[in-house]
Write a protein that binds this ligand. Structure first.
Ligand code: URA
Length: 423
């Protein structure tokens, strides 16, 4: 096989054979296809697309580039969730222990944040002592003992994706639905879950800005799941405003614990319970216990405490608090019509909650608490948002991002929290 033939086939709008795909992905992973050749191929795919058969073969080749996890030693069905990411999206934190409390096993490999959306591991690492890196044997031990584990993906999981994603990032080829869908699904399928629920977000704070693009991504990922024998369902959900009231790391852990204690913001509770029901149904485990009951009766909180302790964390420890705070008051009286997710995410990032480069540290205490959400009535001069940062010099740039993100007056024009369900 020859890399140029593969590139030219896709450049001219042709279909790649299964053999061509398996070869080019394997050769690229092992350094036998040059970076410039793979970048030309990624651009040809972005411009000319891939059909369902090609996307499935591409995903398979990326899974085959590394190891596949195996949970057959567990006596529970495995089920997992993947979110395409958003502002204030802390749902994994209450969701994983909740689903475990209802009878399933949740083996979740998560990532760190980059840019304006936060990462689950950054949030959990704000808990003193909590450790993200586990071996496969340690993951199995935590799953057996608690029913849920959230940790970092090891280097052996879909290494082709790791290399290709870094290349796409610097060659303008991230925004291809076939490449995004195969990237996400190769990691989730290699993780070994038998059922998967996708939370595909749309709106200013999401990767997919329009409902149409989000729907296309969701449908492509559901097809890949089905082609690989993983029961897959997708919810399309709103990311035009932040999810919940807390945006950051430690502040999102605190809000998640409130949800596990039976309280918390209504939108976080609604989405957590909806995703939990989907995860249990996809794993064929409906009826063991309803997730809303497991939040009320404390059983999800019991799993959370065990799960955090099993990874070295102290679930009772005080969480980091930023050294400085700044209150932003409502500029007028009326209905808060807009609190734009992207603006709030960008502000939290500028406060230090996120990172610009992969190797940057995050500030665990930095972030934002929203005292009002779109649709709420606010009074001029009363607190609207509280900003937290370790360095007060960060407040000005965060406020610059927030000014255009806030509008008062007029009815809010919001997406429904759960827009659609695809299966
Ligand atoms: N997240 C991924 O894991 N891969 C992509 O291509 C985009 C987002």
């Amino acid at each position: 096989m020859d890399a140029i033939d593969v590139i030219v086939t896709k450049r001219d709008g042709g279909e790649l054979s299964g053999e061509q795909i398996a070869w080019v992905v394997d050769a690229y992973t092992h350094g036998n296809v040059a970076e410039e050749q793979m970048s030309a191929l990624a651009m040809a795919i972005l411009l000319n697309g891939m059909n369902r058969r090609e996307i499935s073969a591409w995903t398979e080749a990326m899974i085959e580039s590394g190891s596949r996890m195996d949970w057959s030693a567990l006596d529970r069905m495995t089920t997992d969730k993947h979110s395409t990411g958003g502002v204030g999206d802390k749902i994994t934190l209450p969701l994983a222990p909740l689903v475990a409390a209802c009878g399933a096993a949740v083996p979740q490999l998560s990532g760190r944040g980059l840019g304006h959306t936060g990462g689950t591991l950054d949030k959990l690492e704000s808990i003193p002592g909590w450790r993200a890196s586990l071996s496969a044997a340690e993951m199995l031990d935590v799953l057996r003992a608690t029913g849920a584990v959230v940790c970092a993906a090891g280097a052996g999981l879909a290494p082709a994706d790791r290399k290709l994603y870094a290349l796409r990032d610097v060659t303008g080829t991230v925004e291809s639905i076939p490449l995004i869908a195969s990237s996400i699904m190769s990691k989730k399928i290699a993780e070994g879950t038998s059922a998967l629920v996708l939370d595909v977000k749309t709106g200013s704070g999401a990767f997919m800005k329009t409902v149409e693009r989000a729907r296309e991504l969701a449908a492509t990922m559901v097809d890949i799941g089905r082609d690989h024998g993983v029961r897959t369902v997708a919810l399309l959900t709103a990311m035009d405003r932040p999810l919940g009231r807390a945006v950051g790391n430690a502040v999102e852990v605190t809000e998640s614990v409130e949800v596990l204690a039976g309280g918390g913001p209504a939108d976080v509770v609604e989405l957590t319970v909806a995703l939990a029901r989907e995860m249990l149904a996809a794993a064929d485990l409906p009826g063991t216990k309803d997730p809303a009951d497991a939040l009320r009766d404390g059983s999800a909180m019991d799993v959370w405490r065990k799960m955090i302790s099993a990874q070295g964390g102290d679930p009772s420890a005080a969480l980091p608090v930023a050294r400085e705070s700044h209150v932003l008051t409502a500029p007028a009286t009326g209905v808060l019509s807009t609190l734009d997710a992207y603006g709030v995410g960008l502000a939290a990032w500028r406060l230090g909650a996120g990172r610009a480069r992969k190797e940057d540290p995050v500030s665990f205490g930095a972030g934002i608490i929203c005292h009002a959400k779109p649709g709420d009535h606010v009074t001029a001069g009363t607190p609207l948002l509280t900003l937290y940062a370790d360095d007060p010099a960060r407040f000005d740039r965060a406020l610059e991002a927030l000014t255009p993100a806030i509008k008062i007056g007029g009815a809010p024009d919001l997406l429904p929290l759960i827009i659609d369900r695809l299966r």
